[in-house]
Design a protein around this ligand. Structure first.
Ligand code: ADP
Ligand code: ZN
Length: 443
């Protein structure tokens, strides 16, 4: 018997609890439809011709493998509107990726796409405890970034109240959430950490903040980080995933069982592929998520390479949803650092740091190359309490961190302990990595 953290509710039972044959039939017909719909996009028309495939060839779900892949570079090469599949006048909203890895890419929604999006956000919000009587504090940026508006309309769909605070000015955020007695917090996990810290600095116990549920997404985080945030802020934290190219937040999210994020399979067909061979990875193994939008009108994408790495879980979930789940994003293929030939993800460093008592989960990884050798330096903040004047105490702490990082990554790093608040705080997605090799043109 699973005990849920709170009452298990489902926003759209018809969609979320379909039997496997029902869902497959729906996906099959939607896949055929989208394969036809995109053939008016010159990029796909060309790729179809090159691959010798037509939409009529798509009969089963396995036939997806005959369809062309789409990459971020393809979107950039056709900037801004090469992937638009409807007349311009049907566009009802435009967003852009946050441009973490270069120039932004714009994405478009029809009015129908926008409504689907709000419903998908409602699904994960309800799965994570949202009720109509709640007040939701959103500190995602309201702008081109999909986070703010996506969650905003999802909350409204459910009938709850939104406080659209947007990002910035953390002390003011804290005042607002306390004065308005907000029940739910929406932001990136790294920003939640800033909130906890700023509250403590203001002489408050962060656990006294009224927030009961939090929906975190937009950047990778770890299970240890969840525990840290939950105990510091006294709330239940849920993970949700999405990316602007596909729709924004709403691709997947956790339920009350909190054991993987349910993928909204009636709208997205997700493959998990080996990023090098592009073959499906064996069941339960880490692979790149490659997503086909099944219902998007304005900018449907076939087999979009997200560069996000995760494991797919097809086992049934006690919550009653019948959709497959994805594990935490372990990193992005373009986030992966290759240090002396070894693959290292920032999330592995985070995992190591959070195992060591006395460190604050604020860190930065600096990679450089002197001569032929790559060097990784990890700057770690230590908590105020563990800051000590005794050299030997600090050395012991540094050695422990060094050992943990080596244990998790197999790499020897130079660990630099820095004072509380020495690492710049982010308002949205945290910048964890500075790769000087890239700045020097070495990689
Ligand atoms: P970008 O950051 O590429 O400019 P987006 O703002 O659309 O574009 O961000 C989407 C990316 O954010 C995803 O591809 C993924 O790497 C990351 N992301 C979003 N949600 C999560 C999550 N819950 N866990 C880990 N990573 C996430
Ligand atoms: Zn579930």
């Amino acid at each position: 018997m699973t005990t849920f953290a709170f009452e298990n509710r489902i926003w759209d039972p018809a969609a979320e609890t379909m039997t496997a044959p029902e869902r497959q039939a729906l996906q099959r017909s939607r896949l055929r439809a989208v394969a036809g719909h995109v053939s008016r996009v010159p990029f796909y028309e060309r790729r179809y011709a090159e691959l010798g495939v037509t939409p009529d060839d798509i009969r089963s779900l396995d036939d997806i493998r005959r369809l062309p892949l789409t990459t971020k570079a393809d979107l950039r090469d056709h900037y801004p509107w090469g992937f638009l599949a409807v007349p311009r006048e049907q566009i009802a909203r435009i967003h852009g990726s946050s441009g973490t890895t270069g120039k932004p890419t714009f994405v478009a929604y029809t009015a129908e796409d926008r409504d689907v999006w709000a419903n998908l956000c409602a699904r994960f919000l309800v799965a994570g405890g949202l009720r109509p009587e709640h007040i939701v504090h959103i500190c995602f940026g309201y702008g081109l970034f999909t986070g703010g508006f996506g969650l905003h309309y999802g909350v409204e769909k459910v009938g709850a109240a939104v406080v659209p605070v947007s990002s910035g000015n953390t002390p003011r955020q804290i005042m607002i959430m306390r004065d308005l007695a907000c029940d739910v917090l929406v932001c990136t996990p790294s920003y939640a950490l800033n909130i906890a810290e700023a509250a403590a600095q203001a002489g408050m116990d962060p656990r006294e903040l009224p927030i009961k549920f939090a929906h975190f997404g937009g950047e990778p985080w770890t299970e240890d980080m969840r525990q840290a945030l939950e105990s510091q802020l006294g709330l239940l934290a849920f993970n949700n995933y999405g990316l602007s190219e596909i729709i924004g937040p709403g691709v997947s999210g956790e339920c009350a069982a909190r054991d993987g994020m349910h993928i909204q399979e009636d709208h997205f067909l997700v493959e998990c592929l080996d990023p090098n061979t592009l073959e499906p990875v064996p069941e339960g193994q880490l692979g790149e998520l490659v997503i086909t939008t099944l219902t998007k009108q304005a900018m449907p994408l076939l087999r979009y390479r997200t560069r996000d790495l995760a494991v797919i879980d097809r086992t049934p979930c006690p919550c009653g949803r019948t959709t497959i789940r994805m594990g935490r994003i372990k990193g992005r293929t373009d986030d992966m650092l290759i240090i002396r030939g070894v693959n290292v993800f920032p999330s592995q460093v985070e995992e190591a740091l959070l195992r060591v008592e006395g460190t604050a989960p604020h860190y930065q990884i600096i990679v450089d190359r002197t001569g032929a050798l790559d060097e990784m330096t990890v700057r770690v903040e230590i908590s105020r309490e563990s800051f000590s004047d005794k050299m030997s105490t600090m050395h012991a702490l540094r050695d422990r961190i060094d050992r943990e990082i080596q244990h998790v990554t197999t790499i020897r790093a130079t660990v630099e302990l820095v004072e509380p608040m020495a690492i710049e705080r982010s308002q949205g997605k945290a910048q964890r990595v500075i790769d000087k090799r890239r700045e020097k043109g070495l990689i």
